[in-house]
Design a binder for this molecule. Structure first.
Ligand SMILES: Nc1nc2c(c(=O)[nH]1)N[C@H]1C(S)=C(S)[C@@H](COP(=O)(O)O)O[C@H]1N2
Ligand SMILES: [Mo]
Length: 335
């Protein structure tokens, strides 16, 4: 068998950063290095360390093989001007509380059983549906969208998702006119998902993980269901086989491994908002001017851009995470 290496779309698309930006990052890097207590003399040893995009075999084994066929690239969200974060970084730095309270859950998440999978769509819809695994990748036209991603914890990345706009699902199930909100429920089984405290001590949390959007937010072109990433199916640590992606909102709004979608006429309670309503608002739009009660949101750190989170590159947070086209959903407010 002859293997031909075709450059992946995001590899072609990732533009070299402008010299201005490079300068800024470089300055920032030097400043951080000094702040971290190491001077320029350590540069040679750092440049000899592992390459940024190297994926070790254990991690590689968690990444599904085979490219998804029939994926077209989004003409709008093609990553213009963005540098995609290497998969070696994003696939081993995750939030998935069902499998633990640290970022290091990529191995534990392999316990998630994804085949068979059923996604039930129910509630105030004219055509309730249950999708299986094949439906998720074959029923709706797939596209690749390169989006910024911003966690409420002030780390950020740029990711090439594969999936379909939430709007496609809306057209399939036809919400009734009295449907105002939609609730997304993640997989949960206390025999499989230990939670952050381990199997013996994860009671008291409002499982299963749920999130919710207003119907008009769900209908916005940006709102997306991802079934893949970096050209292949989603690995379990990223929320296989289907997760939400709402790039103008903080990452916790994007429920992983969805088993149920319900259309309803009231705003449902959600996981993080129930735990700490003053820290995790329902709307959760990215906004540099509204600090989290425990930290500023004015800047974000790009994951994996340094040897230690303390020296990751910083950049200013953008309103709606750089997607001001959603402002009309919120009365046109741009600050
Ligand atoms: N079911 C579920 N979904 C979840 C989470 C979670 O703990 N459980 N964490 C959220 C948070 S806080 C973030 S930042 C993103 C992280 O996505 P990633 O690990 O794929 O980067 O997933 C979100 N979706
Ligand atoms: Mo997050």
């Amino acid at each position: 068998m002859v293997l031909i290496r075709i450059p992946k779309p995001w590899q072609i698309e990732s533009q070299p950063i402008t010299s201005e930006t490079a300068y800024w990052h470089r300055r920032r890097f030097l400043k951080n290095m000094i702040g971290f207590g190491i001077g320029a003399t350590v540069f040679p040893s750092i440049s000899c360390s592992r390459s940024d995009s190297e994926i070790e075999p254990d991690l590689q084994a968690t990444l599904p093989q085979g490219q998804l066929p029939n994926v077209k690239r989004s003409p709008i969200y093609s990553g213009q001007g963005l540098t995609v974060t290497p998969e070696a970084k994003t696939s081993r730095y995750n939030n998935f509380y069902e499998f633990g309270g640290t970022k290091d859950i990529w191995q534990a998440a392999q316990a998630l059983p994804t085949d068979p999978w059923k996604l039930e769509v129910t509630g105030l819809v004219n055509r309730p549906q249950t999708y299986d695994l094949d439906d998720l990748t074959q029923k709706f036209p797939l596209e690749e969208r390169i989006y910024r991603f911003r966690c409420v914890e002030a780390w950020a990345m740029v990711v090439p998702w594969l999936g379909f706009p939430m709007r496609s699902l809306l057209q399939d199930v036809e919400p009734k006119s009295n449907a105002k909100f939609v609730r997304f429920t993640s997989y949960y089984d206390p025999q499989v998902t230990p939670g952050p405290g381990g199997f013996t001590d994860s009671s008291g949390l409002p499982w299963p993980y749920t999130e919710s959007l207003r119907i008009d937010e769900m209908a916005h072109d940006l709102a997306f269901f991802a079934v893949g990433i970096y050209g292949h199916l989603l690995p379990k640590q990223h929320g296989a086989p289907i997760r939400m992606v709402t790039p103008w909102k903080y990452g916790f709004k994007g429920a992983k491994s969805i088993v149920k979608i319900e259309f309803m006429n009231f705003q449902p309670p959600t996981f993080w908002n129930t735990l700490a309503p003053d820290e995790y608002g329902f709307e959760a739009n990215v906004n540099p001017n509204i600090p989290h009660p425990r930290w500023s949101q004015a800047e974000e750190r790009l994951i994996g851009t340094g040897v230690h989170p303390a020296v990751w590159e910083r950049q200013p947070t953008l309103i709606y995470n750089g997607y001001p086209e959603v402002a009309p959903l919120y009365g046109g407010v741009l600050n």
